[in-house]
Design a protein around this ligand. Structure first.
Ligand code: DCP
Ligand code: MG
Ligand code: MN
Length: 340
């Protein structure tokens, strides 16, 4: 259970991080704010006076800026530096524009400099096609929908459709997992992540194309129309948009919400490491990768390698996630415990 006061301080610091990342393009500062916020969130006691933050090394220095901000929030409940940043028109615009899927901070700033200061400006009639890439136009179209969290039940329905599509390609069942935050047990997710196994690596692209065609409008399958737009179609990786064709509950009148979906196909040998990687969290991955590196291994989505060369010959044979933990002399961590 997060502690109320700590999360209030942390939320304001997270907003500073976001503004530094998306609008000011101060990447280093953004990381500092985010790190301080996450350290505060992980404390097991409520911070009431500034001396108590001494347990966080990066906040220990007396004249540190973030420490002073924390102090201000603790005593006044506000952060004036943040309040004035929020008022700046360029900051407001860049935060809004970089919320469009596919628009990074640099593009957001360019759009702002060209005079596009809001979503509404980009949605106005007569905006030239080449103002955004095709992917960014789709991001703009579904801006509000992509911002909504996806309930677990809906994630599961969309992933099931992908699994059913995959299983019409091969005679034997293929392994198909709904990964990301869903597999870590979260009640809702930001997108739908699906990992599909292909036993014959030479058929991986065929399998992915088969799945996509099965789910697109106009296919004869009962799942037709679930995929509504493509963002990026790679050989074995797909990023796109999905929407359920029927509401989850019969009495639900609202039209289906468009969701971000990622589908990835991996060969059997790489499947366990891909499963580990795409289950995350990204922080959990970072610490496990670092651990592997210290032991002389290279841990990637494509495999666990005995040395840094990542040559096929140095690939460690793993049949499941447990084998990866074993090889690295780690106790197995269940997906629900990887939410670090
Ligand atoms: N991943 C990673 N590093 C990245 C991006 C992704 O290690 N830079 C891995 C870990 C993630 C997984 O891929 O858990 C899926 O990426 P998502 O961005 O979909 O993140 P989650 O599914 O964890 O969260 P969300 O609910 O926001 O989708
Ligand atoms: Mg996800
Ligand atoms: Mn994803």
């Amino acid at each position: 259970m997060p502690l109320e006061c700590n999360s209030k301080v942390a939320d304001l610091l997270s907003e500073m991080a976001k503004i530094n990342q998306d609008a000011l393009r101060e990447v280093y500062k953004a990381k500092q704010y985010a790190a301080a916020a996450s350290a505060l969130r992980s404390l097991n006691f409520e911070v009431q006076s500034i001396d108590q933050v001494d347990v966080i090394p990066m906040l220990k220095k007396r004249d540190g800026k973030i420490r002073k901000y924390v102090q201000e929030i603790l005593t006044t409940g506000k952060l004036t530096a943040l309040q004035s940043l929020r008022q700046r028109p360029d900051v407001k615009s860049c935060v809004e524009l970089s919320g469009i899927h596919g628009v990074g901070p640099v593009t957001a700033r360019k759009l702002f400099d060209k005079g596009y200061k809001s979503l509404a400006d980009l949605r106005a009639p007569g905006v030239p096609r080449d103002t955004l890439t095709p992917t960014q136009w789709i991001g703009l179209k579904y801006y509000e929908e992509f911002k909504q969290r996806i309930p677990r039940e809906e994630v599961s329905h969309i992933a099931t459709a992908v699994r059913e599509a995959a299983n019409t390609f091969m005679k034997d069942e293929v392994r198909c997992y709904c990964v990301g935050s869903f597999r870590r047990g979260k009640a809702d997710s930001g997108d739908v992540d699906v990992l599909v196994e292909c036993r014959d690596v030479s058929l991986a692209n065929d399998l992915l194309m088969h799945i996509l065609n099965d789910l697109r409008a106009g296919s004869p399958s009962p799942r037709s129309g679930i995929l509504t737009d493509d963002l990026q179609v790679g050989d074995v990786q797909y990023m796109g948009v999905a929407a359920l064709q029927q509401p989850l509950r019969a009495d639900d009148q609202a039209p289906p919400v468009h969701r971000r979906i990622d589908i990835k196909v991996y060969e059997t040998d790489a499947f366990p490491t891909a499963l580990l990687y795409f289950t995350g969290s990204d922080k959990f991955n970072r610490s496990m990768r670092l651990w592997a590196k210290r032991k002389g291994y290279a841990l990637q989505d494509k495999g666990l390698f005995r040395d840094r060369s990542e040559a096929a010959a140095s690939r460690v044979r793993v049949r499941d996630e447990k084998d990866i933990f074993d090889a690295l002399q780690l106790d197995y961590v269940a997906p629900k415990d990887r939410n670090v």
